[in-house]
Design a binder for this molecule. Structure first.
Ligand SMILES: [Fe+2]
Length: 459
């Protein structure tokens, strides 16, 4: 026989769970209080490869719309050297070659090395390739695996990293991501090097950042989103062309999606269709980005790529007291499209903490009707802020109180996430905080695809 007090206890537990599921969770986890500082220039992670004019800062990203192309980029420090990439499907038989181009730029008193970009096209899907750069001088070898051909039930695992920087915490974040053997490509939501925090935007910190992340991005594509730290607008030192270092160093396959700017574009990768937006380019009505996005949504075929993912830097739903409402004007412009087109998930950065939303929309408001609060909406995306890579600016710890209903989970810790697509209906999402072992998941959720299986989820 169960006593009355036991019933009371069970009732209390049940009520507690109900309260938690409707009220959102603000994690009580508090990390050790240490200042987030950049790794010094002589750190091991920044080391220059041996050999005269050896290629450094090697990185790859998707090079076409379907995933059969790769853009290989690298820097030679002393002279241009060769822009050729040798590649093949066997380690000792790199029998194909592609020729790229070399560029340089100046930024105030800094002159870049020789930046090479080479697009390799018409690769076989789901195939391991070996490649070599620095031909004729001090060659270096790497490898990558192309994604499977786009298809509705192709499993694929993305890593999520944002606002990484080059601090000791950044190194921990990257190491945790690397420790997970499942990650096949990184969706990077902006703010790469934080070089602009140094005097005169010391572009040598763009070089150190690229050497630091080479150990991952030379072997798997990172999909680039531009953040505010990519703008590098500094009229006080005569630098008035926004995004100059970023666009010289990082290429995107924007022309393949009929975009007119490398800052917004789309790709297919396995079972995902990924739209990348620029929070810091014009996006109002009649602008190039608006017109492109308006024509982009009808092109998404959910029978081929069921998972519709959007990347941007500045979040639309953010309950921290940092960058509060900075994403609001873009939300007002584009949120109705996201709901109509059943976007599955939006990943953003900018706020140096972690937050996951409920499925909500705020599109009913028409100035006079007063309906200006987010409401539950099963056609709306989940919004995830993952700007917690670990840069030198430190954590955002100050949250608005009480936690808004739309906020499902929030925590001021550094970390990264994994979006693991199983098939057309299910994807497992997990967020990993840096203070835990690499395999520990601190927040997780089963995603049900909004097009194929649009029923409520629970985390
Ligand atoms: Fe940012």
């Amino acid at each position: 026989m169960v006593s009355r007090s036991a019933f009371g206890f069970i009732g209390f537990v049940f009520l507690s769970l109900v309260w938690v599921s409707h009220g959102g969770i603000t994690s009580e986890f508090v990390r050790k209080v240490e200042k987030t500082i950049d790794m010094p220039l002589d750190s091991d992670v920044f080391r220059v490869p041996h050999g005269y004019n050896a290629p450094q800062q090697v990185h790859i990203t998707q090079g076409d719309h379907e995933g059969a192309g790769v853009i290989v980029s690298w820097v030679t420090p002393s002279e241009p050297g060769s822009s050729v990439v040798l590649y093949g499907t066997a380690e000792n038989k790199r029998v194909f070659h592609a020729k790229g181009k070399v560029t340089t730029y100046r930024f105030f008193n800094y002159t870049s090395g020789f930046i090479h970009h080479c697009t390799i096209r018409h690769l076989k899907f789901d195939t391991l390739y070996f490649y070599e750069v620095g031909i004729g001088m001090s060659p270096r070898q790497f490898w990558f695996r192309t994604p499977p051909k786009p298809g509705p039930d192709v499993p694929y695992t993305f890593g999520l990293i944002g606002d990484l920087g080059q601090s000791y915490d950044s190194n921990t974040t990257l190491s945790h991501y690397e420790a997970n053997p499942k990650g096949q490509a990184v969706l990077f939501v902006g703010d790469l090097s934080y070089a602009d925090n140094y005097p005169n935007h010391d572009n040598a910190r763009w070089d150190t950042w690229a050497r630091f992340v080479e150990r991952s991005v030379a072997y798997q594509s990172w999909i680039w989103t531009a953040g505010n730290h990519e703008i590098d607008f500094a009229p006080e030192i005569g630098e008035t062309k926004p995004f100059k270092p970023f666009t010289h160093r990082y290429r995107t396959p924007y022309r393949a999606s009929d975009s007119t700017s490398p800052l917004w574009y789309s790709i297919k990768r396995a079972s995902a269709y990924i739209i990348v937006l620029s929070s810091y380019s014009a996006y109002g009505k009649y602008t190039p980005q608006f017109k492109w996005l308006e024509e982009e949504f009808p092109k998404v075929n959910r029978s081929e790529t069921p998972w519709l993912i959007v990347l941007m830097h500045s979040p639309w739903y953010n309950s921290y007291n940092y960058h509060y409402m900075e994403g609001e004007t873009m939300r007002v412009m584009y949120e109705p499209w996201f709901v109509q087109n059943k976007v599955d998930v939006v990943f953003a950065g900018h706020v140096h903490a972690y937050e996951r939303s409920e499925r909500v929309s705020n599109i009913a408001y028409n100035i006079v009707n007063g309906k200006c609060s987010p409401v539950s909406d099963e056609s709306a995306p989940v919004y995830i802020t993952i700007g917690d890579g670990g840069n030198l600016e430190g954590l955002a710890t100050n949250m608005s109180e009480p936690q808004p209903k739309y906020s499902a989970y929030r925590e001021a810790s550094f970390g990264h996430a994994i979006f693991d697509i199983k098939n057309r209906t299910h994807a497992y999402y997990g967020w990993h905080r840096n203070q835990d072992g690499a395999a520990v998941v601190a927040d997780s959720m089963w995603f049900y695809n909004r097009y194929w299986h649009s029923v409520p989820e629970s985390s």
